[in-house]
Design a binder for this molecule. Structure first.
Ligand code: FAD
Length: 242
């Protein structure tokens, strides 16, 4: 059982209109695998405690003592506004890494398909960063689809665009479901069968491994549709943010 660790915020950065990246120094960090999460616990002066789970955004780096999360702001939420307001030096408690099912590493074979609903990209960016940092298999096909309300709400957009320019075997696609700019060339609708078939075309026979993360309804709809178009249900891994 992992113990609760007291950790210090070292830096934070807004990575989309409603997602903030927070990097903590964790001296006792045992290391993690891409896709895992931590529990975060806040304790008030009166002793009241609130606890939520947050996926790890950072790449697993041997010996690293820094752990990054990506937190979506819920204005009326209990924990996320508090995390958004932390300043460097502030301390919170975390427990982890947790979760052993929704994980990926470069030694796993086959094409990698990543499908995110909004902040559901957080564990997937850890996988993508791991791929970019360590993979010697530049032949591996990688597809990432991010669904967001608007361009400004696509987390890590700048970083994703950089990967798009520098790694021809990584296909990065977006779909906007509410506000679409006039010059938008990506998808502009909710994820559907035709979209999933188009972005994964040619991959089915190569035994891809697929990770779907986001709100429960999104994850279930996407996973069911992938099965409808022929994906092996055992090759689809899901993480629901609730
Ligand atoms: C494995 C896992 C990984 C996760 N990873 C991430 C991650 O990487 N990034 C991330 O941003 N989130 C992640 N989450 C979600 C996260 O744990 C929280 O659920 C989220 O941050 C909201 O917490 P909160 O305390 O801010 O909001 P809450 O207080 O839990 O409220 C959530 C929403 O419900 C509304 N609400 C609250 N109380 C009520 C009420 N009484 N009636 C009606 N509505 C109400 C709030 O206004 C808000 O919109 C993950 C969840 C899981 C299970």
């Amino acid at each position: 059982m992992s113990p609760w660790l007291i950790v210090k915020l070292v830096s934070s950065k807004v990575v989309s209109e409603n997602v903030k990246s927070l990097i903590f120094e964790v001296p006792e960090w045992p290391g993690h695998k891409a896709g895992q999460y931590c529990d975060i616990r806040l304790t008030s002066d009166t002793g009241y405690q609130a606890q939520r789970s947050y996926s790890i955004a950072s790449t697993p780096v041997l010996g690293s003592k820094f752990v990054e999360f990506g937190v979506k702001l819920f204005d009326n939420g209990e924990v996320s506004p508090y995390l958004w307001n932390l300043a460097p030096g502030d301390k919170i408690e975390i427990k982890g890494p947790l979760g052993g099912h929704f994980i990926w590493s470069t030694d796993m074979p086959g094409p990698l398909v990543l499908i995110a609903g909004g902040s559901g990209i957080v564990p997937l960016i850890s996988m993508l960063r791991e791929y970019v940092r360590y993979s010697k298999n530049t032949e591996r096909e990688v597809v990432l689809l991010v669904s967001a309300f608007s361009r400004e709400k696509i987390p890590y957009y700048t970083e994703l665009e950089k990967y798009k320019r520098n790694f021809p075997n990584i296909k990065i696609l977006y779909t906007l479901t509410k506000d679409t700019p006039a010059d938008w060339t990506g998808f502009a609708r909710r994820v559907d069968k035709a979209m999933l078939a188009e972005i994964t075309s040619g991959l089915l026979d190569k035994m891809p491994i697929t990770y779907v993360c986001g709100p429960t309804g999104f994850v279930e709809a996407v996973a069911n549709t992938l099965v409808e178009i022929g994906f092996n249900p055992h090759s689809i891994k899901t993480e629901r943010f609730g």
